[in-house]
Design a protein around this ligand. Structure first.
Ligand code: 4AD
Ligand code: MG
Length: 440
């Protein structure tokens, strides 16, 4: 009898007769011998077919990405020979479950490494099988696991807010509108407001939820749908928020790298990755303007930066790439930040806000302390030109036992672009969505 196994466990089954099932990842068919590198999503193994098995007609006609079942004994390879895991499966039986096409429709014609990115995106369902993309997806899963472990350790409870909403959080220009049984509704931009309502009921909370932004321009770091990790913390001060963010980023990366299998994937994708160390460099918005002006970086009007200017993507990246370590950029002006942000006690022109900036990517999180005074929040909502009635439930938070609190949102694909050294966040999403792309 052969023991049915998954390929991640091959080291536990040396000198055992096993049954493995998967897809043909690589294939070399010679006269008296054929080598199949089999992939089952959990790992790889090299199977050797010899004698009649190698000569059989079906072996001669095998194609990449065909599914096969193979039985045989796993043994360690002798010195000098290499294969995944340093082992080999001597096949004594195999059968084809699904023969993949040959000729024009062959897998290698569908997914060519140097093909136009948009053609590759059309074939995303096949491209996912590639070694880099599948490695990123595995690191992504490990990262989300690490995030949940971190939040459990910090005592936060996971909640699942709605995706279909009737309030905006981050400005009207990126709202996706939808028809909701005849009423206007939106796809959520952020679950922040909902998380705030959970504090009195559940204590500190977090969510891992899709957010949606109708970003018309194509950049390396914007998607129309992304996985947003958000949390909200009650009775904290700004300083607590900053140290929480430092722990979040250093510890989740540490947890990802603790697992040797995931660490090997990160090494494969990003050989030079340097885990971040606490404390992070802190920089006030005003200091950032000085830095940019000293380094000859200009604002969006092609002039020197002045108070109130937005620090756009290019300028931000120039700064992160030069400084080359994580930065906590704090105290942004009221006018360039959202309506809900708490003003600084020592300077009401600026807010208790923070962006975490990372080399190669720029902003990966945005957060702040929240305005918790009822009238001040209402003034913020009006300043933004929003209809206060739609926010009654959010405003109620400031009526029925308000408290100082703060939180943030972390873009999953952005932190992964850093960890896995991907040029764009599109490579960190299973099926990326951006303007012009909603398939497959
Ligand atoms: O800075 P943002 O817009 O902040 C908020 O949404 C807050 N309401 C979050 C909160 O305090 N709960 O977005 C937070 C993060 C950004 O730092 C970025 O990492 C990511 O979400 N993000 C995007 N990622 C991919 N594509 C987009 N279009 C993104 N927009 C924001
Ligand atoms: Mg932001």
């Amino acid at each position: 009898a052969a023991k049915k196994i998954k390929l991640r466990t091959i080291q536990d089954h040396l000198e055992t007769r096993v049954l493995v099932q998967g897809w043909i990842h690589r294939l070399r068919v010679q006269k008296g011998v054929a080598f199949i590198t089999l992939r089952d999503g959990t790992g790889f193994i090299q199977a050797v077919l010899s004698g009649d098995l190698a000569k059989a007609r079906q072996t001669q006609e095998l194609t990449l990405e065909s599914t096969v079942v193979i039985k045989g004994v796993i043994s360690k390879l002798p010195e000098g020979k290499t294969a995944p895991g340093g082992v080999e499966l001597k096949a004594d039986y195999y059968e084809i479950v699904g023969l993949a096409p040959s000729g024009d429709d062959a897998f290698t014609n569908k997914v060519q490494e140097n093909a136009d990115p948009s053609l590759l995106l059309d074939q995303r369902h096949l491209a996912l099988r590639g070694e880099s993309l599948s490695a990123v997806m595995k690191v992504r899963a490990a990262f989300l696991g690490a995030v949940r472990r971190f939040f459990a350790e910090e005592g936060l409870l996971e909640v699942t807010p709605p995706c279909m909403v009737q309030t905006q959080v981050e400005g009207g220009s990126t709202l996706f509108k939808m028809d909701y049984y005849g009423e206007e509704a939106y796809l959520t931009q952020s679950s922040q407001l909902y998380l705030e309502t959970c504090l009195p009921a559940l204590g500190d909370v977090y969510c891992v939820q899709e957010s949606f932004r109708a970003e018309k321009s194509h950049t390396r770091r914007h998607l129309s749908e992304y996985t947003h990790i958000e949390s909200e913390l009650a009775f904290i001060e700004f300083e607590d928020l900053l140290s929480h963010l430092e722990r979040l980023i250093t510890k989740t990366v540490q947890y990802v790298l603790e697992d040797p299998v995931t660490a090997a994937l990160v090494k494969q994708l990003n050989p030079n990755f340097q885990p971040p160390k606490m404390p992070f460099l802190r920089m006030e918005y005003i200091q950032a303007l000085d830095w940019l002006n000293e380094h000859g970086v200009l604002n969006e009007d092609g002039e020197k930066f002045k108070f109130g200017d937005d620090i756009a993507e290019a300028a931000e990246r120039k700064m992160t790439d030069t400084i080359n370590q994580p930065i906590l950029l704090i105290r942004f002006p009221v006018e360039i930040k959202s309506f809900y942000m708490q003003k600084c006690k020592d300077d009401p022109r600026v807010t208790e806000s923070v962006d975490v900036l990372i080399p190669n990517v720029g902003e990966i999180t945005g957060g702040s302390m929240r305005t918790y005074d009822h009238d001040e929040l209402l003034a913020g909502i009006k300043r933004e030109g929003l209809d206060a009635d739609a926010y009654y439930w959010f405003i109620d938070q400031r009526k029925y036992g308000t408290c100082p609190h703060g939180g943030y949102g972390l873009g999953t694909e952005r932190i992964l672009a850093w960890l896995c050294d991907r040029f764009t966040v599109r490579d960190c999403s299973l099926y990326p969505r951006f303007s012009g792309r909603c398939k497959p």
